[in-house]
Design a protein around this ligand. Structure first.
Ligand code: NAD
Length: 441
């Protein structure tokens, strides 16, 4: 029988109603906010803090023309969504992707707020990017898109206000062009100050040692801390990886270098499998040359269903959002899913995995290594200091293990799944700051 008692309603419902949000089950933003509001409820955040977290503070959308190599001008659409800055400057990646949409950018900005809070960083959350296919742009076009995008949003960002970084479709070179453009647009900043406007820059131009591999390395640290209680050891497991870009290939290479066995990989070009183990370094070199895993000679080509059905200890989704839906979740034959990508599992997929007893290590914990080393880069830029690779590794390990501990404490306190526990720990930290400082005026 329907129970109309308000106490039984899902925590997001009254907030959505109050804010006039018409819930769309396909909206990633709505899904993420719902998960955050469940956690905010457990963390007992007061009402005003919940409505603050339910919407981004600022949503910037820009259109800008770029001269293409063939002589014509093309109009591009760019976004910068700033979700929350209670803990410090907005922080979050820039994505270049042909299907980039405002709803996804808003969702990813919320996740950045949660991730930075969980990782104990003095940053808020943001996300942005340009709707384009970077693989189809020449180097010159990519540079001009980046410079025009930076100039279009240069008044909305800054080393003390909003600090973008790399994400899908952008890399250290894009960050270098971005930082240089920002320096040209803001002569009031010193060159050294301007460098801190983005992270993920090349080491020769204000970048930090260890940023490239940081997300994969952070994920391996999480596995080190979490797998033993699941009866597994990161150096002896078999694993498969979905997506073989920055996060997927670094995770695979670092795990393989410990002795773990990479069995199957799926990316946008195809899927491969080799039960005796795939050489993760050779595959990375192949992907760099050929643009994807397709055609890798030392493994057998398989179809998507066989990839998900491959029996492994661990599956690492490291491609795009919402790829593991209910039907994929039903096919997965892994004991543990460690989310390298942001929001790779739909709520329906999550429910199926939980019901099947698959342990899901949530993205805001697993992939926090990237933004953590971005924070190290920002600190080094601001203080004009340079840390060795060993120093970065040591500090990253400390941050990741502290974040794991926060999740474990929240899981014990709230008796919930790890995703909800991670969000609850993040909400508690943001809630504490809001309670201390109050709401202006
Ligand atoms: P990337 O562009 O380097 O790699 C993306 C990978 O996804 C590629 O291997 C691509 O082939 C694969 N892919 C794309 N569409 C696919 C499809 N339809 N089917 C199968 N595979 C597909 O990106 P990245 O930087 O490795 O980021 C991957 C994920 O990790 C994203 O969700 C990103 O937001 C997240 N993330 C990245 C970082 C970072 O430091 N790079 C940090 C935190 C989170």
């Amino acid at each position: 029988m329907h129970d109309p008692s308000p106490a039984r309603r899902p925590p997001a419902e009254p907030i959505f109603e109050e804010l006039g949000i018409v819930r769309d089950p396909r909206s990633l933003f709505h899904q993420v906010v719902e998960q955050v509001l469940v956690a905010a409820d457990l963390a007992a955040l007061p009402h005003h803090q919940r409505i603050i977290l339910a919407q981004p503070k600022n949503e910037v959308m820009v259109h800008f023309p770029v001269l293409m190599d063939d002589g014509h001008h093309r109009l591009f659409k760019g976004y910068r969504v700033q979700h929350n800055n209670a803990l410090g400057p907005y922080k979050g990646g820039l994505r270049y992707h042909h299907r980039l949409a405002l709803d996804d950018v808003k969702a990813l900005a919320v996740l950045m707020t949660m991730k930075c809070a969980l990782a104990g960083l003095p940053f808020g959350g943001a996300k942005g990017g340009v709707k384009c296919s970077p693989r189809e742009l020449s180097e010159g076009e990519l540079r001009r898109v980046t410079r025009r995008f930076c100039s279009a949003i240069s008044h909305q960002i800054g080393p003390h206000y909003d600090v973008p970084g790399p994400d899908v479709g952008t890399d250290a070179q894009v960050m270098a062009w971005f930082a240089d453009t920002y320096a040209q647009m803001t002569p009031e900043h010193s060159r050294q100050d301007s460098l801190g406007v983005v992270t993920g820059k090349p080491v020769g131009f204000g970048g930090s040692h260890g940023r490239d591999k940081a997300t994969g390395q952070g994920l391996v640290e999480v596995l080190d801390a979490m797998l033993p209680e699941l009866g597994l050891d990161a150096s002896t497991i078999s694993f498969s990886v979905l997506g073989y870009g920055n996060v997927g290939s670094w995770t695979a290479r670092l795990l393989a270098s410990r002795g773990a066995r990479l069995v199957a990989v799926l990316d946008h070009t195809g899927a491969i499998r080799e039960d005796r183990g795939i050489d993760a370094d050779a595959l990375e070199a192949h992907v760099r040359r050929r643009g994807g895993v397709e055609g890798f000679a030392e493994a057998t080509a398989i179809d998507e269903a066989s990839f998900y059905g491959t029996e492994v200890d661990l599956l690492v989704p490291a491609a795009l959002e919402q790829m593991i839906d209910a039907s994929k979740a039903a096919q997965i034959k892994a004991a543990v899913v460690a989310e390298g990508a942001n929001a790779p599992t739909t709520p329906e997929g999550d429910a199926v995995l939980m019901q099947r007893g698959v342990e899901v290590l949530p993205a805001i914990l697993c992939n926090a290594g990237g933004v953590t080393v971005s924070y190290f880069e920002w600190v080094q830029n601001r203080t004009a200091t340079w840390w060795s690779a060993e120093e970065v590794d040591r500090r990253l390990r400390g941050h990741m293990h502290a974040a794991v501990e926060r999740v474990k404490v929240a899981r014990r306190r709230h008796d919930c799944d790890l995703r909800t526990a991670a969000f609850a720990a993040a909400c508690a930290r943001i809630g504490e700051v809001y309670s201390l400082r109050g709401v202006f005026p």
